[in-house]
Ligand binder design. Structure first.
Ligand code: IMP
Ligand code: MG
Length: 186
């Protein structure tokens, strides 16, 4: 089997680029049909979602716009834990049909926070498109509307997903090899 190593961890092939491309095409067709005439605004969450967003955007065959945001995270004081704030959203989303584009929904913390922040800016609607979804890891009451692949609670890299900033440029998605799992940072 092909293997790849990052930071001393071994990864195995998991989802090939052909399957990823085919699935993104299907989601693009679905969005095209559901949003015709509504000019949806895709909001791509940097950094991880950029390859998915770029491909998905080009598979939408009706008028659509795209904007990019980044989340800054820092440790809050006391028991508030990690706080994330939206950076860079200059577009006015009042009355817009927003589709948040994410690489992966894991615990659901990020997407929950995003939905609540964007909701306060009075969009007509907010939906979530994610390339990957780990249902077993979900801790929040959120459900993505468009899912590329449901996957088990394992660490993956490639197609935008990183390990300490590396591996985002891999065309395929790779899964941490079982013998490395105990060493991996979740
Ligand atoms: P959340 O737990 O749903 O808030 O996900 C937080 C972020 O963790 C995601 O946007 C990803 O950047 C990252 N993440 C979660 N699972 C993985 C993974 O398997 N590989 C790489 N990054 C991940
Ligand atoms: Mg992300």
């Amino acid at each position: 089997m092909r293997r790849i190593k990052y930071d001393g961890l071994t990864f195995e092939p998991y989802i090939g680029n052909d399957r990823i491309t085919a699935r993104i095409k299907e989601i693009g067709q679905q969005i095209t049909e559901e949003y015709r005439g509504r000019r949806p605004l895709l909001v791509c969450v940097l950094n991880g979602a950029f390859p998915f967003a770029a491909d998905l955007f080009r598979e939408i065959d009706t008028d659509a716009e795209i904007a990019f945001i980044k989340l800054s995270s820092y440790e809050g004081t006391g028991s508030t834990g990690v706080v994330k704030e939206i950076m860079g959203l200059t577009a006015d989303i009042t009355g817009r049909s927003v589709i948040i584009v994410e690489d992966i929904v894991d615990t659901g913390n990020t997407i929950e926070k995003l939905i609540s922040d964007l909701s306060s800016r009075n969009p007509a609607e907010i939906k979530v498109a994610t390339l990957l979804f780990k249902p077993e890891a979900l801790q929040k009451d959120v459900k993505p509307d468009y899912v590329g692949f449901e996957i088990p609670k394992k660490f993956i890299i490639g197609f935008g997903l990183d390990l300490d900033g590396l591996a985002r440029n891999l065309p395929d998605i790779w899964m941490l090899s079982p013998e490395c799992e105990n060493n991996a940072a979740e």
